[in-house]
Design a protein around this ligand. Sequence first.
Ligand code: IPE
Ligand code: IPE
Ligand code: MG
Length: 263
Amino acid sequence: MLKPSNRTEARLLEQLDLERLPRHVAIIMDGNGRWAGRRHLPRVAGHRAGVQAARRIIESSARLGIEALTLYAFSVENWRRPHAEVDFLMRLLREYLHKELPVIHKNNIRLIVIGRGSQLPTEVRHDLDEAMKLTGANTGMKLVVALNYGGRAELVDAFNAILRSAEQSGGPLPTVDEQMISDHLYTAGLPDPDLLVRTSGEMRVSNFLLWQIAYAEIYVTETLWPDFQVASLIEALIEFQKRERRYGGLGPGRRSSKGQAAS
Ligand code: IPE
Ligand code: IPE
Ligand code: MG
């Protein structure tokens, strides 16, 4: 249960239907650099502030009862940034794990990392493996961290995994269907995101969960990630609840099958 910590949160929580929350929320945490720039601070100061935002959103999502939260932390394209920034981000991640893992574990959260882990620095990989082992049996919220993640890379890896297992089985080549692809993605076993949030106003998906967001509701806010508050999350959830999801049909209350035309 999420206890409001100020009047804005309390007012927003009243508008939220806790029975109709998205099962899976995915967030493109963007705008750390701009946040720092506006304060005449180095970009890395923005990343530090971004970690604080991640902490509060993880904790409040778990308290709200969201089943899965996926955070885009580092893309396969982010290696194009200056070495010093990449290095800082990797160190920040380890620092975050050392400090926050006990809290994550105590809150019954299960950590899952998705992306090409083999290309991450050894120490980072080691810490992530330990964290996933420690929290592996937790039954609360699944916290999915996308690290060295790319949606196209994920699809390439899935197709290659399908080919490999076909080869190993020695039988005829399988007929690929949607379920088979979903089952070979890094996110196998997770529901697809219902809500995709992007902060800092950019109208693009930047190679994030390309397959999984097929029918996600998209919410873009101008708020920069370090400024994203618990209230901002609740606002996004309220907006999600106003959307009418149609999945290509005509929506609730309208006849949409067996050739019956909608009025
Ligand atoms: C998002 O903030 C964090 C990462 C991509 C690691 P940015 O660093 O992209 O911030 P902007 O987009 O430059 O403001
Ligand atoms: C997306 O943000 C990746 C993460 C949030 C980790 P970017 O800042 O890297 O995306 P672009 O470059 O604006 O598309
Ligand atoms: Mg950015």
